[in-house]
Design a protein around this ligand. Structure first.
Ligand SMILES: Cc1ncc(COP(=O)(O)O)c(C=O)c1O
Length: 423
């Protein structure tokens, strides 16, 4: 099957047989019946593939996994209960206490906290690097126990674009996998595997759902990293909980995703509900169209704000002159997604005030759905930090983040224009 991404969005993965439902069914069942106990035993021993208990897999979730896997170009995917659990599993699948991770310092705040606080408490070490630093500077942060590099394609909220060439060169030189959070770009705008990434994660809560209905996440394995050449005992050494099975021997290139399901989903239980998987699968069916419109609307809004007298600065990777413009042309040539940020004149007070004057656009803690929304990080998500700490995270007091939706662009622009004039 050699379909274009648009066709995969609409028809990839779920293909009904004669007499079956045309639309992916929701299999709302915790458990699955087999008439032969030996079949069940083989499922438990990972000798065959099939659902037996929804914590470890479900037919609806597996169709969502199948579609996103085709879109990203992987060998397997695992749906989980949130973007946070996708990042957690990505790390825990190959790291234990005493291991070290090189992570971009430009990350979603929740991911930063997961790494810097919660996973550090478990004994995993993290170094946060400036993704704009040169290769030698990045390499200087590596240690003998470095197990992976982690970064975002399009960083939330600072909107820098990852230099994949540099980061994949660093991963190659270190002999470690490059893990990418592709939430803001989606596979419709960028396929990190084509640029040297090995493991992809998403918060499906954002553009994959696209309608702000469900929290979920997913991991995709490129199958391109050779775990046997590095120090990855979780995958290469016998696993006591599966009678001494070695994941690399039993599953070859799909070892990473097989272990994430068989061990992490089994033990930690961060399972998505079948209904949410149905909604994510439904969201993927229109992702190509939505990302196109999110991107064109965001570019027009960025251009409008850039010329507005009440606006100090605008950041959108598709805007000529933006610091991320050159990398965006290289890695996001067909659209730069729907997120932009701008600085309103008048500082934090004006930023807070703007929300009161917008009518169509709502102030919400979310991004990536079809309704245009704003967030004033300094007075909401980052309000517990001091101004100096906020600036270290790339948050200035006047900064407004916009998630540009799918309404008519004239209505979006008029709403901003009216509100900006009233502040
Ligand atoms: C880039 C990115 N990664 C991960 C997450 C975490 O996802 P979730 O909220 O689904 O746990 C978010 C949430 O905003 C995000 O923006």
């Amino acid at each position: 099957m050699n379909w274009q991404p648009e066709t995969i969005c609409v028809q990839g993965s779920y293909r009904p047989k004669s007499g079956e439902a045309r639309v992916l069914p929701i299999v709302q069942s915790t458990t699955f019946y087999y008439d032969d106990p030996d079949v069940m035993a083989d499922l438990f021993d990972l000798k065959s593939d099939g659902p037996f208990y929804t914590r470890l897999g479900n037919p609806t979730s597996s169709q969502f996994e199948g579609k996103i896997n085709l879109l990203e170009g992987g060998v397997g995917a695992l749906a989980v209960s949130s973007g946070q659990s996708a990042s957690l599993f990505a790390i825990l699948n190959i790291c234990q206490s005493g291991d070290h991770v090189l992570a971009s310092g430009k990350l979603y705040g929740g991911t930063f906290n997961l790494f810097n606080v919660s996973l550090r408490r478990l004994g995993i070490e993290f170094s946060f690097i400036d993704p704009d630093a040169d290769l030698n500077t990045i390499m200087a942060e590596a240690r003998p126990n470095t197990r992976l590099i982690f970064a975002e394609t399009l960083a939330n909220p600072v909107l820098s674009v990852l230099d994949f060439e540099k980061f994949s060169a660093a991963a190659e030189q270190l002999g470690v996998p490059l893990m990418i959070d592709n939430t803001l770009a989606t596979p419709c705008l960028c396929r990190p595997i084509d640029h040297g990434a090995h493991i992809i994660i998403h918060s499906a809560t954002k553009y994959i759902d696209g309608h702000a209905t469900s929290v979920g996440g997913v991991l995709i394995d490129s199958g391109l990293f050779d775990w046997t050449k590095g120090h990855y005992p979780e995958l290469t050494e016998p696993d006591d909980s599966y009678h001494g099975l070695r994941f690399t021997e039993a599953f070859g290139p799909a070892a990473f995703i097989a272990r994430a399901r068989a061990c992490l989903l089994r033990d930690y239980g961060c399972t998505p509900s079948p209904f949410n998987s149905f909604l994510f699968h439904l969201g993927l069916e229109t992702l190509h169209l939505r990302m196109e419109r999110h991107s064109t609307n965001a570019l027009k809004l960025a251009e409008f704000l850039n010329d507005h007298p009440a606006v100090d600065w605008v950041r959108y990777p598709g805007l000529p002159g933006d610091p991320a413009y050159v990398l965006a042309k290289k890695y996001l040539p067909n659209g730069q997604s729907g997120i932009l940020s701008f600085g309103i004149k008048g500082g934090a007070a004006a930023g807070r005030d703007l929300a009161r004057h917008l009518e169509l656009v709502a102030s919400v803690i979310h991004l990536g759905d079809l309704r245009t929304s704003i967030l004033h990080p300094a007075s909401t998500t980052h309000r517990q930090l001091t101004e100096t700490q906020q600036i270290e995270c790339g948050i200035s007091p006047e900064m407004i983040r916009v998630s540009t939706g799918l309404e008519h662009i004239d209505d979006i622009i008029n709403d901003f224009d009216k509100a900006l004039r009233s502040v």
